[in-house]
Structure formats: structure tokens, C-alpha cells
Write a protein that binds this ligand. Sequence first.
Ligand SMILES: [Zn+2]
Length: 529
Amino acid sequence: MPNGVRNTVGQLTDQVRGLHIDMSLKMWTAATTGTPEALDSAAKSRAAWMRYWADPEQYRQVKAWDEDGEAGDDAQLRRIVHLLHLFFAENQRDPATIDEMTELQKVLDSAYTNFRAEVDGRRLTANDVDEILRHENDSAKRRAAWEAGKEIGPRVADQIRRLAELRNDGARRMGYDNFHRMSLILNEIDPDWLFTLLDDLAAKTEEPFRRMKAEMDSELSQRFGVPVEDLMPWHYADPFFQRAPMLGDYDFDALFQQRDLVALATATYDGLGMDVRDILGRSDLYEREGKDQHAFCTTIDREGDVRTLCNLKPSLRWMETLLHELGHGVYDKYIPTELPWLLRSPAHTLSTEALAMLMGANVLDPEWHARILGSSSAEAEKAGTLGQARFRLEEVIFARWVMVMVHFERLMYEDPSRDLNALWWDLVQKYQLLLKPEGRERKPDWATKYHIALAPAYYQNYLLGRMMSLQWDGWLRRHVGGIVGRAAAGEFFRERVFALGATLPWNEGLEFATGEKLNPYHFARQFAD
Ligand SMILES: [Zn+2]
């Protein structure tokens, strides 16, 4: 029987590869142009992808093979059959539902890609809003930019709610309580394990977060001339308080003013023995009207065509983002092409996020400042000391923000018809300790976050990924002395991480690489003492 299975898997692979390449190319064109034709064409291709995985016959067949062990003792074939089973299961839907979902996703895609906040008749990019929240000291102007950025919410909220219901319909037909639980389980994350872990981390970070936020608030209060108890969400550094505000007088952005971010990123990866020039050559790096405001990395064919989209500015944040996206890029690039095509992907989304975040964090590492940025040793030490404090603050702030996102999604999918506006602000108050501005209970602020609409059940990957990256980082410090400029660190990733592709479940892959499974100990020790 394995031969029959092998032949069918071969045919499936050809079909999936064709659909994947078509969809990736069309989504790339849509993201880089934002035209109605491109968005329409990407939507059609995504619909074809969804219809393919919705095939009930195919699903029944791979499910039976998986459950009856029909793949024999070929470990790779067994893994492929299991992954096919999970993916078909996640996508079982009737054609009418697929059509409706496609239409909704297209409308949302276009809304997020083309939305620009308007203040006094000026159209602001997401970068412009970030710029105001970073540098403006006038509270009224900050508030105007923050509120303008939230105007996307009312335009998309109803569609997101409908999409959540459709996602739930599919999940319930498959016997799951709701889409969120199904998506976690079929992506090899046990929801109950996840929520226990989040509660544990919430408890461990509560005190440190209160302490850090109190210090931060007293500085922000001075800066804006506003009493601490009157600090509002627009007094923080970004629309969601997911990053740390710039504190102290040290100007990290100034370090990048006259620098070539692309050259710095290339040198960073050269230091690991990884070449990113081909990736950068295919990428779209600078902002433009009509272009997606976010950043991402994509592998078009799993055969070397890896690209990233950024909106680079000479700032700490974009330096970090470029290193982050290229982290996804090298993971994709260096998965051996000898692996079967269906296993030629990262072990899990959280694994590729782990590498991306680890590489992004270089910008706060004293060694990176000395070796890559070429700072004097005194300068590198100063940036490094402040950088490490900032890293800690960022991680705790980000962990609390992930808790808002994951719990919001959990509760939204439990009942999409509930009062989501109130739920959002309850969670923001609970985990981020922010004040709710007056009148926001009438605004769907939850809908302003792209991931809620179009990257559902995804956000936990960032926190789990950070935890994984700390475990790699600890291993590398013990065995090869660190990461920056060390070819041996590059070898670790190529031989113990990338080489596996998706042949092992992510947690077994982590154990293979470092000798232990994912645990909150490393995170708690580094950030929550
Ligand atoms: Zn990422």
C-alpha cells in the first residue's frame, strides 16, 4: 500500500505546488500595487486554494491513510500524510461558504491595504502615525493621530464578525467547539496547554510589568506634562501599546540616520555564513502609495524564490523589521531542496517567528553594535546596556499585548455576537493596564488590528516563538559563545533547525536542536525576575 499512497501523494504535491506558486505570486502583486485588479486576481487564486483543500473525498482518503498507518514505515511519508490530514481537516467547507469568505477577505484586504488615517485633511501612512506617536509632545495632536488610525475599525467590523461566524461554521461541522480551538489543535498546539501557559506567564509578568510601567509612566508624565493618572493610550509609542516607548535621552534612531539598512542587514547575515543578497534583490523595500503598509516575507516556490516586503525608514524599528523578515527569509532559503516539497517548510509558524525575532533583537545587542554597526567600544557598551534594558521592557510589554490578542480571539470565537467593543477594552485594561478613553465602548477598536481579521489564531506564535528563540539563544551562548558574527551559530540553524524542514512536530524539533522542549522558564528568568 505505501506505493499507492506514495503515488497519490506525488500527484497531490504537483497540484498543491502549482496552486501555491500561483497564489503567492498574485498575493505579492496585490501587496505591492494594491490595485483592484491585482486584489481581485489574488482573491480568485486564494479561493482556488481553499476549494482544493475543501475536497471531502480527498480529506476522507488522507484521514483514513493517516489513521490506519497506510504510509508504512517511511517516516517522511507518514509525516506528509499526517500534515495533509490536518490541513484538509482545517479547510473542509462547502463551496458557497468559500465564495462568501473569499469575498469578505478581499474586501478586508483592500480596506487594510488602502486605509490611510486622515488628520486635518492629510492622509497619513502607518509610518506617519508611528512617527507622530514617537516624537510629538502635544497630547492633542497625539490623540488626533491615534483616533484617526482607529477609523478603519467601523469600516471593517461587521465583515470580520461575519467571517468569524463562517470560520466557526466550518469548525463545528468538523466537531470542534469553535474555529479558534480547531485552528490551534490542527496546527499542533494544544489549546489547554496554551491557555495554562499564558495564565502562568500572566502571573509571572504581572509584578514586573506593573513596576516597569510605573517607571515608564512617570517619565511619560513629565514628557507630556500630564499627570500619571491622566495618561491615555495615545501617550504610548504605537496605536496598540505593543512596543516600548523611547525612554531616556538615548536616541537609538539617530544611530541609523545616515546608514544603509540593507548593507547592515547583509553584513549581519554574512556573519552567520548566510547570504541574503538574492532575497534582497527580489524584495520590495520602500514605501509607496497603494502598497501594503506592513512587512512580510514569502517563499513563492519553495525552490529559492524568497522575497520580503518592507517600508524601510532609517530607524531602529525598521532595522529590526528588516532583520526580522530576513530571518524568515533565510529559514525558507536554507531548507534543503532534497526534502519532499510538502515538508519543505519551517517546522511551524512559531519556529520561523522564533528565528525572525531572534535576528530582529540583534539591534539591541552590544555585540551587534560593535561588530556590525561599527560603534566604538564605549558607544557599543552604552547602546548595549540601554538596549538590554529596552529589550526586557519590550518583551514584557509585548507578552502582555499577546495576552490581549489571544484571549480576545478565544472569546470572540466562543461567541462572535457578544459585545466585542467592551471585551476588547476589558482585556486591554486587565493585561496592559491602560485607561479606556471616553466613548470607546461605541467603537470597534478590536477591528483595527489586522490580525484579528486576516491572520486569525496566529498571535500566540509570536510569544511561543520568543520563548523558543530564548532557548536557542541560551544553547548558542553555552556552546558557541553567542550569535553575532559566528559562523558556528549559522551552522547550528542550518543543521539542527532548517535541515529538518517540517519532518518533525515543532516541539520535537526544538528538543532535537537544544535538548529540551518549550518551557516558560527561560522567558521568566530573563524578563520577569
Ligand atoms: Zn514575522
